[in-house]
Ligand binder design. Sequence first.
Ligand SMILES: *Cc1c(COP(=O)(O)O)cnc(C)c1O
Length: 337
Amino acid sequence: MAYITLNKNNLFYNFDIIADKTKSKDKVAVVLKDNAYGHGLCEVAKMAQEYGISKAVVRSHTEAEAIYEYFDYILVLAEMPQKADEKIHYTINDIKLITKFPKGTKVELKTNSGMHRNGVELEELENAFALIKENSLDLKGVFTHHSSADEEGDYFSFQKQNFSLIKQKSKELAEQYGYTLAFHSANSAALFREENFDEDMARIGIATYGCLELPSSLPQIDLKPVLSIYAEKNSSRILEEGDCVGYGANFKSTKKQVVSNYDFGYGDGFLRACSNIYKTPENVSIAGKISMDNSSFLSDKDELLIFNDARDIAKFAGTISYELLTSLKSYIPRKIV
Ligand SMILES: *Cc1c(COP(=O)(O)O)cnc(C)c1O
């Protein structure tokens, strides 16, 4: 059975670099949505707790429940609560939803600083605070999300400026209504672009997993990928010159050589765009198209390292490490090494 290894030393190494940048472990909220970027929700939650991280960010209530015991604070990004909870904060993504939250829910107000995806506008803040008070919600934070922190250009600073106006206005309103607020805007790329991080928290996903990519014009951060995936051999055979491998007979052998079939296919998360072109970190070439449950390589190893840096394989598939990692199915065994 194909399996995933999670390198704990690398994870802790990344946490060291992240916590150094935020100046405190307490300001790091590890983003664990989508099965911890494919790494395994509970596996990463446990290791983050062991390291001393006390905050997590997830998409859903179900994810929050699964990791409840490991953290003091959990922010749910996109699901309405059934009831108020001590630890779990829920996001208000739209001013129209404020009346729908159960009384007493700990909420954080998402604001739109330029991404135009979710959140209330600067001009809506007064109304939003009034509605939050009227509906007896417990407002704990105001935040925003960057669209372009990992890209060159001015959009990142444009959003930062907008968020500083939002913060200013929110501070006035918080005083008026008697709320104590935490402010946060940074994802991985935004944190590492800050000269001097001064917010209350940073929401760190991809840097945790060691796959942050910044444009070459920006200072590079040396993080270490945490996840590797290995596949096991189903069978081997000798190809003669002219023999074809796999669906569509796409690969045609130019010589006598060994080919083996391994138990990792597109149904497991091996993006099919890697068919015909992929080479493993050990320079082993794929042979032909990726099948649903398996793929063939020019190798006779019993166990084959498929990848150990999602950024590299993502390039073969013409995508980003985020998509590649979150495609990995949750049933693949995860081993901590
Ligand atoms: C996914 C997500 C993050 C983490 O982004 P990275 O680029 O992986 O660090 C932070 N904040 C929000 C709102 C997100 O949805």
